[in-house]
Write a protein that binds this ligand. Structure first.
Ligand SMILES: [Zn+2]
Length: 368
């Protein structure tokens, strides 16, 4: 069986832990290969006094280290960077970003990809951009005519998810987080809460929320961004994080329907394969039941001046066919036999217990 692989494609170090750390920890613990492609090193995420800002490169290195520790905490198998600068992603050359993502998709060969929704969770331009690039890259990755830098063979992704924030979670964390709005161009952006009915997939990862909180804490330089959550006792923070685990299934080649999924790999597991095989078997059995068994009948065909008359031997009741020719009379009696058996049941045939061994044509005088 091929290994199950989950690839997250996000914008900044910490998106993975803060957004879906517990889900990643759960899948890693269950033996799924979890991978991360991170577009930037979060070089602009400095929240200390400006005179202490180490600068883009040094902060990028620090955040890369933080991310690698977090990924290790979550049991992730690999972390890759696209090498863009934090905050510049939505102005990068789309063809170049897409090609870089394609290489990672083809190299890792995930069945499932998770990225940001169109709202970027809270309107962050980098988040929105990486979500768009990811979708384009999934299209290109499967296209054999699209050559990536490493000339890797095409790969078809089976499912794409958006990591979303449901209303319950947003309403719950709002008091801890304080003001979550920020200006972009001349508009104020902020958290976008998905209606609960929009959520297609809910992962129960509550057992992994302490691990997720530890992964979040690996991003030491970012602790001011999570408000009061940063100082909460582990167990309490874990309860807050347990309200995450909401996803939107943007597409799936393997399943569908309105029922809320509880697994990003629904439709892809071996057991699902068995179920599909079983349902295939069931359909074959159903078809077989519909197939009529061929039963042989001896049929008398009489020739008359105005046509032919045919009737079977070995059947209770009168069954007669007619036709202008021998063949027509035979065809007519065959369908009459079918109709007779369908109407009166198989018991009308004497074929089983007292088969007709031979038929004789005799002449007998009967008083009428
Ligand atoms: Zn981010």
């Amino acid at each position: 069986m091929t290994a199950l692989k989950l690839l997250c494609i996000f914008a900044h170090p910490d998106d993975e832990s803060m957004g879906m750390g517990a889900t990643l920890a759960k899948y890693s613990a269950e033996g799924v290969d979890t991978h991360l492609v991170c577009a930037t090193r979060g070089q602009r995420g400095w929240f200390g006094p400006e005179e202490q800002n180490p600068g883009l490169s040094a902060l990028g290195q620090l955040r890369e280290k933080e991310l690698r520790r977090a990924a290790e905490t979550l049991g992730m198998k690999s972390v890759h960077f696209l090498d863009y600068v934090d905050g510049d992603l939505d102005r990068a050359d789309p063809a170049e970003v897409i090609a870089r993502i394609v290489t990672h998709i083809r190299a890792i060969q995930p069945q499932v990809i998770v990225t940001f929704p169109p709202d970027g969770n809270y309107g962050h331009p980098d988040h929105i951009a990486i979500g768009q690039f990811t979708q384009a890259a999934i299209l290109c990755a499967v296209d054999a005519s699209f050559a990536d830098a490493q000339n890797l063979p095409p790969h078809r992704v089976s499912k794409l998810y958006y990591m979303v924030d449901g209303e319950t979670f947003i309403n719950f964390i709002a008091p801890f987080m304080g003001d979550m709005t920020f200006p972009v161009d001349d508009q104020i952006r902020g958290e976008f809460a998905w209606k609960e009915w929009m959520v297609t997939t809910r992962i129960d990862m509550s057992a992994y929320c302490v691990t997720a909180f530890r992964a979040i804490k690996c991003h030491e330089s970012q602790m001011t961004t999570i408000g009061a959550l940063a100082d909460m006792p582990e167990e309490m923070a874990a309860q807050v994080l347990a309200l995450q685990g909401a996803f939107y299934r943007a597409f799936s080649l393997v399943n569908g329907g309105r029922k809320v999924e509880t697994d990003l790999f629904e439709g892809l597991r071996q057991a699902d394969g068995d179920t599909r095989f079983e349902s295939y078997l069931r359909s074959i059995i159903r078809q077989t039941k519909g197939v009529r068994m061929i039963q042989q009948f001896k049929i008398i065909v009489e020739k008359h001046p105005d046509g032919y008359v045919a009737y079977p031997l070995g059947i209770n009741g009168v069954v007669v066919g007619e036709g202008d020719t021998y063949e027509e009379a035979l065809a007519d009696v065959k369908s009459a036999i079918q109709f007779h058996i369908e109407t009166f049941g198989k018991d009308v045939t004497l074929g089983g217990e007292t088969p007709v061994l031979e038929a004789f044509v005799a002449e007998a005088g009967v008083a009428v």
